[in-house]
Design a protein around this ligand. Structure first.
Ligand SMILES: [Cu+2]
Length: 318
């Protein structure tokens, strides 16, 4: 039996029912306990079952580094969304209106400063931590980023770096191998267990060289030499190459594949191609870090006048 408040409406309702409505701590503790179990189980399953299969795979050092970063960031974010889902599920089950009972208004909604402040503080700390972690990983040596840029922020530790030039043009990729006479081919072949420096440029508009499984993505801009490093692992196999910058009507068709071979198979392929391509290489301009595109047969063009080694389909502006 509770006494009536002296001034109705001003004093708080101290009835046992109202007190039970207000004491959320039992629910809070239960929700927290359920969430903790669900979050730990799902996080562990995610890291060990899904982690090794996350894109872009582990074909190169920086692809593997990106895979680890995706795993860490997702494992950090998962408990947050799981908390929201657990809360919704708990509310739907526990606070469901019992069937058959007359509809009554629930207790009034109240703010809770500590819960609101903790939610904002905790999620802010998590987001900022992911931001710092992601940035450090992106710019760190041999990290998720390839040190990309005309002036790379880091260079591979290996003193033996294979240079491959990537040339984008509407709408295909070609590659030049300066350490093998500078031949040009539309096949991207690279050796395993090797540090590689992709020097990416363009002959016309802006493209973006995206070798998916290598974890390499680098802008291909005319007149610019953009460098991206990667170090292949022991695995051999194919990878996808796409253009990741809208570069005209056949942009979507600028897709091809490359292959990682064993070092000896690569050496055989490169030396053989150097010989086979010798006649075509003689027609090419000297190897350079970027080229002046030949739009109208002007001097200094990528191909000498009337000596385009490709079909007329790929000649433009003439
Ligand atoms: Cu393109």
């Amino acid at each position: 039996m509770t006494a009536l408040p002296e001034t109705p409406g001003a004093a708080p309702d101290t009835s046992p029912a109202a007190a039970a409505d207000r004491s959320d701590s039992g629910h809070g503790r239960r929700i927290f306990a359920i969430w903790l179990v669900v979050a730990v189980v799902i996080d562990v399953l995610f890291v060990f079952l899904a982690g090794p299969h996350l894109p872009p795979g582990a074909m190169t050092q920086n692809a593997r580094s990106q895979q680890i970063d995706f795993t860490v960031i997702t494992a950090t974010a998962l408990p947050v969304i799981l908390f929201v889902w657990v809360y919704f599920a708990y509310a739907l089950i526990v606070w469901r209106h019992p069937k058959g009972e007359p509809l009554t208004d629930g207790p009034p909604l109240r703010g809770h400063f500590r819960i609101q402040a903790s939610w904002i503080a905790v999620t802010t700390v998590i987001v900022m931590a992911m931001f710092v972690y992601g940035t450090v990983e992106l710019i760190g040596p041999a990290g998720a980023g390839g040190g990309e840029g005309p002036a790379p922020i880091w260079t591979p530790a290996s003193s033996n770096v294979l240079v491959i030039q990537v040339i984008g043009q509407q709408w295909r990729w070609t590659y030049r191998y300066p350490s093998f006479g500078g031949f040009e081919t539309d096949q991207l072949v690279i050796p395993n267990d090797t540090a590689i420096a992709f020097h990416v440029t363009s002959l016309d508009v802006i493209h973006s060289f995206w070798a998916y499984q290598l974890g390499v993505k680098s802008d291909a801009n005319p007149g610019s030499d953009n460098v991206a490093f990667t170090t292949t692992g022991s695995a051999t196999g194919t990878f996808i190459v796409r253009c990741a910058e809208l570069c005209g009507i056949w942009h979507a068709d600028m897709t091809t594949s490359g292959v990682v071979l064993s070092k000896s198979a690569f050496e055989r392929w490169a030396t053989l191609t150097e010989v086979k391509q010798a006649a075509a290489t003689a027609l090419l301009p000297k190897f350079a870090w970027s080229y002046t595109p030949d739009a109208n047969g002007a001097d200094g063009g990528y191909y000498p006048d009337s000596k385009d080694p490709y079909s007329s389909v790929q000649t433009y502006g003439s």
